[in-house]
Design a protein around this ligand. Structure first.
Ligand SMILES: Cc1cc2nc3c(=O)[nH]c(=O)nc-3n(C[C@H](O)[C@H](O)[C@H](O)COP(=O)(O)O)c2cc1C
Length: 266
């Protein structure tokens, strides 16, 4: 049975999750959602089983993922699943995907999962470090292996319900979706910048150019924070909420700059 997993990632959690599931499913291809962003028309996966793996942003899915899901034509797919990776709570992101698929395709996800992984939004919470981070990653790996077997066996799994997550999605997601592309105005770069260009290389949506050897954000941001976290000298800050100065950085240990470039088809 052929499976296609569509993924989006900012700091590697969702790519690492997709890889674990792909390793269990026979004949499984990983496809980057970022690469499909500017292609025309609907997306018609040539696969029996279709999955989406992505992070939770503001209790919903990243805008790029919502727009991708709206273009999905699942007429050839027998079953579908989604896995959202999250720092704390995010079941409502699965409800959002169900709603989009219901509207466009008249069907819901056959199996829906939320997996706790290290949080990567330092303006709100410091990413875990050391043993705490290792424990979260080990638990996530275990959870993902079990999810992969559940998917492989074709077991139906509803998304579940969390009142807190649903309330958050009603309150904070609509303004996030509306304004996210321009939120890059809150990024700044310090004199520590070495002009290495890593920020531009890892940005999944090509939102960063180098102007006078410094990153310049082009206002089609997804707020994935790859630029912030992959910068080797912590020269980039995100100036919202509690800011990011001295508040830690996070990249999944198995995901490299080259994986982020591959996400963009480079
Ligand atoms: C802009 C932004 C918003 C986020 N919002 C949430 C959230 O509402 N709930 C949550 O549990 N985690 C939230 N997170 C944390 C990520 O969902 C989590 O760390 C995820 O695993 C990151 O996946 P990635 O490494 O594939 O990008 C947010 C992260 C970012 C960058």
């Amino acid at each position: 049975m052929k499976t296609i997993i569509y993924y989006f990632t900012g700091t590697g959690n969702s790519l690492a999750a997709a890889r674990i599931v792909a390793a269990t499913l026979e004949d499984c291809e990983l496809v980057s959602i970022a690469v499909l962003k500017d292609t025309p028309g609907n997306i018609v996966p040539q696969a029996d089983r279709v999955g989406i793996v992505c992070p939770v942003y503001d209790a919903g899915v990243p805008r790029i993922v919502a727009e991708f899901a709206e273009r999905l034509d699942l007429s050839r797919a027998g079953s579908t699943f989604a896995i959202v990776t999250m720092g704390g709570t995010g079941i409502s992101a699965l409800h959002q995907l169900n709603k989009i698929l219901m509207k466009g395709q008249g069907r819901k996800l056959n199996a829906a999962f939320a997996v706790k992984m290290p949080g990567n939004f330092p303006p709100v919470g410091r990413p875990p470090e050391g043993e705490k981070k290792d424990a979260i990653l080990a638990a996530a790996d275990k959870h993902l292996v079990s999810i992969a077997h559940t998917i492989d066996q074709g077991i139906a799994v509803p998304s579940g319900f969390s009142p807190g997550s649903s309330l958050m999605r009603c309150l904070i997601y609509p303004p996030f979706f509306q304004n996210v592309h321009g939120m890059d105005k809150a990024f700044s770069v310090s004199d520590a910048c070495t002009s290495c260009g890593t920020c531009a290389k890892v940005c999944p949506v090509g939102n960063i150019t180098l102007a006078n050897d410094r990153p310049s954000w082009q206002h089609h941001c997804e707020l994935c924070c790859a630029c912030l976290h992959f910068c080797p000298v912590e020269a980039i800050q995100l100036n919202m909420f509690q800011g990011t100065k001295g508040r830690g950085r996070y990249v999944h240990p198995d995901v490299k700059v080259s994986d982020m470039q591959a996400q963009r088809g480079q």
